[in-house]
Design a protein around this ligand. Structure first.
Ligand SMILES: *Cc1c(COP(=O)(O)O)cnc(C)c1O
Length: 384
């Protein structure tokens, strides 16, 4: 039995070239980047080079990149930093119902602290309407946070349109680009964002490293204090090997973007066609075209997602149902519910996310084994 990894949106394997640079750093560069001596200078040089690579990959200046411990921390740093810094100006924050919990729960925590929160609904494809967004802006609005691409259904939001609105009204705009990075173009100028989050382990670097883009000159402030690292925006001795890995991964993401996204789009569309042709009572969740090239999300009727995942695992297929964090919980995905998918159907969701580890034969194999699994599961829950 061959193993098939269809869960690249949960995490990715480390790219061999990333691993190699990271290994060279772990074994060869141990200085503290803040030290004056040659060991420190060597480490600082490695961090600086990585910062330039990350900046370049998203069209930013290198001073605008802050390294963090991952996507979650980047989201926190962006949202809380913007909210606290602008409190005198207003207290209203706008987000959407389909955000990652790193964003949603940060916004909800701020609501408990006295900020006012508007959670925008989405349409049946998981898409935010920029006109709806413009309609809820008030004089007190200080921050808009809308993800670039959804981690569960792959829907790509109209970020530059929203950025245009935010800019016109003088409101800070953050986007979580953790899932879009490396799959569609991510350029801070084209997207018209002030803050943008990325994470290493979604782009073939290890877990525990990420970055936040903070546009020069915006009103934002840190909320952690310590040494002066990262220009006092994120104190603590730098995760040098992680930073080096992220730098390499960002460079590869930008370099391989066109070729890899074209390759994955073909595989994605073959999966969608193969499954919907061979299985009844299944629907594609998310947008048919405004969708990440590596994302497939099916909703199967009369199926329990958890049981389906276990059966797939027995066949060597790694996939997910809803988001990785909510797997095992009885609540169906907040994203599918926000899209108006009924609770009973949302339980039958299956997310397949493709990546570097996949070849066409994985897709063919999956299309062959899936009908049998669905038939078996449905014959159990639906006697007669
Ligand atoms: C994975 C993910 C995060 C969290 O990133 P971590 O590095 O795991 O903390 C945030 N947002 C989105 C959209 C994600 O997919």
């Amino acid at each position: 039995m061959s193993k098939i990894y269809f869960d690249h949106s949960a995490t990715t394997p480390v790219h061999p070239e990333v691993a190699e640079e990271m290994f060279r750093c772990v074994t060869g560069i141990f200085g503290n980047p803040s030290s004056i001596h040659s060991f420190g200078r060597e480490a600082k040089k490695a961090v600086d080079a990585a910062r330039s690579r990350v900046a370049e990959s998203i069209g930013a200046k290198k001073e605008e990149i802050v390294f963090t411990s991952g996507g979650t921390e980047s989201d926190h740093l962006a949202i809380k930093g913007a909210a606290y810094a602008n409190r005198k100006k207003g207290n209203h924050i706008i987000t959407t119902a389909v955000e990652h919990h790193a964003v949603l729960n940060t916004c909800k925590a701020l609501e408990k602290e006295g900020f006012e929160l508007t959670v925008l609904p989405v349409d049946g494809y998981g898409m935010v309407n920029p006109e709806d967004l413009e309609g809820v802006i008030k004089d007190s609005t200080i921050l808009i946070t809308v993800m670039h691409a959804n981690n569960e259904v792959g829907t790509i939001q109209p970020i530059s349109e929203i950025g245009e609105i935010a800019r016109k009204k003088g409101i800070l705009f953050h986007t979580d680009a953790v899932q879009s990075m490396g799959k569609i173009p991510v350029d801070v100028n084209e997207l018209k964002v002030d803050l943008l989050s990325i994470s290493g382990h979604k782009i073939y670097a290890p877990k525990g490293i990420g970055a936040l883009y903070i546009k020069q000159g915006i009103t934002w402030r840190p909320y952690n204090f310590g040494g002066g690292q990262e220009r006092e925006r994120r104190p603590g001795t730098e995760n040098v090997p992680g930073i080096v890995a992220l730098g390499k991964a960002a460079e590869l993401a930008a370099r391989n973007l066109a070729e890899e996204s074209a390759r994955l789009t073909v595989l994605r569309d073959k999966l969608i066609k193969g499954i919907t042709e061979r299985i009844d009572h299944v629907k594609l969740a998310g947008h048919p075209t405004q969708r990440l090239p590596n994302n497939v999300n099916f909703v199967f009727e009369y199926i329990d997602g958890g049981t389906m995942l276990l059966n797939l695992d027995m066949h060597g297929v790694a996939a997910s149902s809803g988001s990785a964090c909510s797997t095992g919980s009885v609540n169906p995905s907040h994203v599918l519910l926000a899209m108006g998918i009924p609770r009973t159907m949302a339980h039958g969701s299956l997310r397949l996310t493709l990546g570097m580890a996949n070849k066409e034969k994985d897709v063919d194999e999956f299309i062959d084994i899936m009908p049998g699994i669905i038939e078996k599961l449905r014959s159990r829950v639906q006697p007669g």
